[in-house]
Design a protein around this ligand. Structure first.
Ligand SMILES: [Zn+2]
Length: 222
């Protein structure tokens, strides 16, 4: 049970007309343009966080993306990085409920930065989910309207899928590993596998695109 609703909205993505990425006093990532590559991409990842639990889940999230996109990655604690995880300054987050923010690759001042909000204490699984979400933005994905998608902007409980729409959008930006074409992918296999399968069926698993209003599908917080 969470006491606060968790938002992992990247606020910049919601403000119409925002011309530039957020910035901060962080080291540059001089190889950030590699995130725009359409063939195999090799990414140096700089983990500039004081939180070892977050660093571990971020590594897992990078491994997840490397299983979907034709990319490889390695840790690079230098300005030759393409991606950098940072502990965000308080001013980057309008409320404590904002878990993290990423820069968006189609905007000026892009450095491949992802800032987590140190004030927001997340479980390991949520650090993993939010890491996948934010790296998804770096790879060109925007927010999904499906509350089952990991790219949904408002965390509820069920964002355990990279759905077929996400995969299709991703394929427009990057070369995917062949086996992913057209298939939804579970991001949290271990957790999902431990769920009661009848409960999953009751929720309508696997997720389907629906014509009902998204608002009607938003469930109250537990
Ligand atoms: Zn987001």
């Amino acid at each position: 049970m969470r006491l606060l609703p968790l938002l992992f909205v990247c606020l910049g993505a919601l403000k119409a007309g925002t011309p530039s990425n957020w910035t901060g006093n962080y080291s540059p990532c001089n190889q950030h343009a590699r995130l725009l590559g359409r063939d195999h991409i090799d990414l140096g990842v700089r983990l500039s966080t004081a939180n070892p639990v977050l660093a571990r889940q971020f590594r897992r999230a990078m491994d997840f993306w490397a299983s979907i996109v034709d990319l490889s990655w390695h840790e690079d604690d230098s300005e030759d990085c393409a991606v950098q995880l940072v502990d965000g300054e308080k001013t980057l987050f309008e409320t404590q409920a904002i878990a993290a923010r990423s820069q968006l690759p189609d905007r000026p001042d892009f450095q491949g930065w992802i800032a987590f909000n140190p004030r927001n204490q997340l479980s390991k699984i949520d650090l993993y989910r939010v890491s996948i979400h934010e790296i998804g933005h770096l790879l060109g994905l925007q927010h999904s309207t499906s509350p089952h998608s990991v790219m949904y902007g408002f965390e509820l409980d069920d964002q355990d899928w990279l759905d077929t729409t996400d995969i299709a959008v991703l394929s427009a930006h990057h070369k995917l590993r062949g086996e992913q074409a057209g298939q939804a992918v579970r991001i949290v296999k271990d957790a999902i596998d431990s769920f009661d399968t009848r409960a999953l069926a009751h929720r309508g698993w696997p997720p389907q695109r629906s014509t009902e209003s998204e608002a009607a599908r938003v469930k109250p917080k537990k």
